[in-house]
Design a protein around this ligand. Structure first.
Ligand SMILES: [Zn+2]
Length: 137
């Protein structure tokens, strides 16, 4: 989660909504990404989507069923759906996202995917809050 948080800070520095994600396989980070919707002018360029694509490419396998994804904020419906298709072993997220997080619509993760929440939640939430506070000023 430390590395995902570092990725989120890169996003922050580039004026992107500060969310970062990493994917770990066999205790090794195989993909890391941060939100790039502004830079790529692509609403689907969420950290999780970019990390899933990079991890699948790295492994040469679209199924990531021995991988854990760490993401700084609760995934949205799109990213939870993507991780369903990837059949991730585990999804670990930091801060909850009551407005746009997937959990408000139910459990969209694959039935085999274990979910862990609240890791570094405060740091991740504070980074989001300071980003949006900066936007308003
Ligand atoms: Zn998303």
């Amino acid at each position: 989660m430390q590395e995902a948080f570092r990725q989120a800070k890169y996003a922050f520095e580039e004026g992107e909504i500060p969310i970062g994600a990493v994917i770990v396989s066999n205790n090794r980070i195989i993909a890391k990404a941060y939100n790039q919707t502004e830079k790529l002018n692509d609403v689907t360029a969420h950290a999780e989507m970019l990390a899933l694509t990079a991890a699948a490419e790295y492994l040469g396998n679209k199924y990531l069923n021995d991988c854990t994804m760490y993401v700084t904020v609760e995934p949205c419906v799109m990213c939870a759906g993507a991780s369903y298709w990837a059949q991730l072993k585990r999804v670990v997220y930091g801060a909850p996202e009551p407005k746009r997080g997937y959990r408000r619509v139910g459990n969209l993760l694959h039935p085999k995917t274990e979910m862990v929440s609240g890791i570094m939640a405060q740091e991740c939430a504070e980074l989001m809050a300071s980003f949006f506070a900066g936007k308003r000023n």
